[in-house]
Ligand binder design. Structure first.
Ligand code: IMP
Ligand code: MG
Length: 182
């Protein structure tokens, strides 16, 4: 699996150190509050699992699943909820946790959808930000790393559902990516 990578852009250690810092920052900002973290499946699963263990507050988390790219490396712009929240977030301090923000179309939809449920506050925490291709003006309140426009995999991020279990984040070799196929 590692041999499918052109190069590693973020090592396991670098990711873990940054997740710890984000956890500390959120802990400071939400001191005395009980935040609800909402992870977007499936990509945010790994980040979410590590992040919540770096936040020693009384918190809840929930998961939401929306339609994604499929096997393509381009955003379709179509977003649909496939698995909704179990928790009622009205009046809660909500933090959306996402693996990556690219065009922002997915998060734009989710933010509008969650805002309509009247949380007390709503913030966004992303591990990766690709600001180059943004189509809607969304800026994460917390972000791990700003990266260039390359398609990346690992640490939750997939290509055709593979590579999510890599502990690092890297760029796939060109011959592995055949757009639209797996
Ligand atoms: P957006 O709607 O264009 O912002 O895309 C966000 C979603 O696309 C993320 O939740 C990811 O699942 C996926 N995505 C965007 N860029 C990448 C990438 O480089 N690798 C893997 N998935 C990506
Ligand atoms: Mg995702």
């Amino acid at each position: 699996m590692m041999s499918d990578l052109e190069k590693i852009i973020l090592s396991e250690t670098v990711i873990q150190d940054r997740v710890k810092e984000l956890g500390e920052q959120i802990t400071r900002d939400y001191m005395g509050k009980n935040p609800v973290l909402i992870g977007i499946l499936k990509g945010a699963m790994t980040f979410m699992a590590d992040l919540i263990r770096m936040i020693p507050l009384k918190l809840k988390f929930d998961l939401i699943a929306v339609s994604s790219y499929g096997a393509s490396t381009r955003s379709s712009g179509t977003v649909r909820i496939q698995k909704d929240l179990d928790i009622d977030i009205e009046g809660c301090h909500v933090i959306i946790v996402e693996d990556i923000i690219d065009t922002g179309l997915t998060l734009h939809y989710i933010i509008e959808n969650l805002r309509a449920r009247h949380p007390e506050t709503l913030k966004l925490c992303t591990l990766l930000d690709k600001p180059m291709k943004r189509k809607v003006p969304i800026r994460p309140d917390y972000n791990g790393f700003e990266i260039s426009d390359d398609f990346v995999v690992g640490y939750g991020l997939d290509y055709a559902e593979n590579y999510r279990n890599l502990p690092c984040i890297g760029i796939l070799k060109e011959e592995i990516i055949k757009d639209g196929n797996s």
